[in-house]
Write a protein that binds this ligand. Structure first.
Ligand SMILES: NC(=O)c1ccc[n+]([C@@H]2O[C@H](COP(=O)([O-])OP(=O)(O)OC[C@H]3O[C@@H](n4cnc5c(N)ncnc54)[C@H](OP(=O)(O)O)[C@@H]3O)[C@@H](O)[C@H]2O)c1
Length: 304
């Protein structure tokens, strides 16, 4: 079973090897057993392979495919390519970089349902699963995370609304159509981005695992996010000495359909705070209801 707190290894691309080693070892020492990466995240796969593949039985490993890496120069510079040949290339490359013989959760990286349906990606992924190289097939839904450098409440708010609309719009076709092959979805969900809150329940009913990201995204370097959360009225719902990031993490963990929340961090101190928040546990029922009511009033609600 995966731990409620997972580690998002995208942030490794912003740090040096020594810090990456400390973080990855710190993640395992803390008992976190789910790590999410992608061929797209710079040296992330290499460093997971280099520093913790010796402890491979201590973690579930999720990576992605469709990624056009090593990045080409010249002709096809698309970030993702939705063909069976590409994902076949991806799996061999990822296994080598991650120094392992299997991936536990293999996710299509941000493909739209229509693109995937008209490709041979899923049938190729199934064959690769049959070969024993992959445990579960999943899709990571695009979040179209834009760096708007918001300078005001209004801009942060419009960013979240736009993202919530986008994520929900991307997710819905995966719930409507015939996608039995998919065993899990990765979705952006947080107190500030609740678009898919109800849809997550539907995904769970369909038997899909849910990997949640975006939980504390933009707290840093968007330092006014704390301010944003306060303006929405979440401030006094925090526990004593609880940071807003910790509150947002506990809010997400309260969602009954969540399997794991992957949080990226470059900081051992933040990692420790995230672990503390998980140890404190989900929000009390009354706080969860109250927080959702306040968010509803602020117009931040589930779209389904
Ligand atoms: N399309 C996709 O498939 C896709 C897209 C994006 C991300 N992902 C995956 O999802 C993971 C999570 O991504 P994300 O978008 O949720 O966010 P993220 O990019 O991992 O960033 C999280 C941010 O929150 C900060 N943070 C973490 N813990 C904190 C704390 N306790 N207090 C204050 N700030 C804190 C981090 O700053 P510090 O480093 O300073 O702690 C970082 O800036 C990624 O690592 C990646 O694995 C997938």
């Amino acid at each position: 079973m995966v731990t409620k707190l997972g580690y998002g290894a995208m942030e490794l691309r912003h740090i040096d090897q020594n810090q990456a080693e400390r973080l990855l070892k710190g993640v395992l020492e803390a008992g976190i057993n789910f790590i999410d990466t992608s061929p797209d995240y710079g040296p992330s796969e290499d460093w997971i392979g280099k520093f913790i593949s010796g402890q491979r039985d201590e973690y579930y490993l999720a990576t992605k495919c469709g990624c056009n890496v090593p990045y080409p120069v010249g002709e096809n510079t698309a970030r993702h390519i939705w063909t069976g040949a590409q994902v076949r290339h991806n799996i061999e490359h990822s296994l080598q970089r991650l120094r392992t013989d299997h991936i536990d959760v293999w996710q299509v990286h941000s493909a739209e349902a229509a693109e995937l349906a008209s490709s041979d990606v899923l049938e190729t992924m199934l064959r690769i699963k049959e070969e024993g190289k992959v445990g579960h097939i999943a899709v990571s839904i695009s979040g179209r995370a834009q760096v708007l450098a918001p300078s005001s409440y209004g801009r942060v708010r419009s960013h979240y609304q736009e993202t919530a609309d986008h994520v929900y719009g991307q997710l819905q076709p995966y719930l409507d159509g015939n996608w039995e092959v998919l065993e899990a979805l990765q979705i952006w969900y947080s107190a500030l981005n609740r678009g898919s809150e109800q849809a997550m329940m539907e995904a769970e009913r369909k038997g899909m695992g849910l990997i949640i990201r975006g939980v504390v995204r933009c707290l840093n370097p968007w330092t006014d996010l704390e301010d944003f959360a306060c303006q929405i009225g979440l401030n006094d719902l925090r526990g004593e000495k609880e940071t807003m990031a910790q509150f947002l993490l506990r809010f997400a963990l309260t969602h009954p359909a969540l399997d794991t929340a992957i949080i990226g961090t470059k900081s051992l101190a933040h990692l420790k705070q995230n672990i503390q928040a998980v140890e404190t546990g989900p929000l009390a029922k009354e706080s969860w209801i109250e927080a959702k009511e306040r968010l509803d009033q602020a117009g931040i609600k589930s779209l389904s």
